[in-house]
Each structure stands twice: as C-alpha cells, then as structure tokens.
Design a protein around this ligand. Sequence first.
Ligand SMILES: [Zn+2]
Length: 156
Amino acid sequence: MSLERPRLPHEIRHWFGDMECDYVYTLGIAGEKFYAGLKEGRIIGSKCPSCGAIWVPPSLYCPECFEETSEWVEVPDEGTVYTFTVAYVGPDGEPLEEPEVYALIVLDGANGGLLHKLGEVRPEEAYIGMRVKAVWAPEGERKGAITDIKYFRPVE
Ligand SMILES: [Zn+2]
C-alpha cells in the first residue's frame, strides 16, 4: 500500500462525461409557508419568540438566538435595497440585450432579505438604500414560486 498522496490533479484518475442526476428538492415547512403565501400575494416570515426578530425568507430556527420560531407573520411587500449588482450576461453566459439589476431587499420590519430583480429602473439609477415595492404577477398566474413577484420597483 502506498502512502504517497497525489499532488498534481492529472495524477488522479479521472474521466469526462455527464452524470444524470434526478432529484426532488423539498421546500421544508418554512419554505412551503413562504411559497404558499406568495401564491396569495403575501410575503410570510417567521417570528422568533425570544428576540422578536421576523425572518424573511422564514426559518424554523432564529439565526440570531437559535430559538425555534413559533409564529408565521405577514410582512409588507415594501423594503429597502441592501445591496445590488448589475448582470450583463444570462445564466448560460449569453449576453443580455438589456442589463438586469438584482438586489438583496430587506423588507420593512423583517430581518434577512429576498434576492430579487429590480424593474422600472435603469442600472445607473439603482442605489443602496433605495425604497422598493413588489410588483406581483396577476392573481391567476401565480404558481407559488419566487417569480410570483415579477420584480421590485422603486417607490418615492
Ligand atoms: Zn431570536
């Protein structure tokens, strides 16, 4: 038995190819609450009984004090841009016709944040601290997905 360790990647046996991998991703209890809420046009967070923080997206445990959250609460669909980035290429590396702005949005009264697209705003107009509001997909078209919110638009 050799105790030598390979030091160079090409010394390790490898092969190229595709590996099919089917899986089912479960949302979990908090995820189900959150996405079911989106379908109804509501943003649901979880409230910590110990420190009172409301987490969006909801979590079964408070990330601050590790207490089990006990209450589902609706939060406003309005918030503040915490940070943002401008995308010039799509998910497959294809150049986008128009750049898209993605932001981490902290909803009013909530902790955590939602990653979502900004709309009705040019990239050079976006800024940290910008007030934004959700633009919802029409009621009959919502599927219980993050795309039930089409984007967040600036508010005065
Ligand atoms: Zn807490």
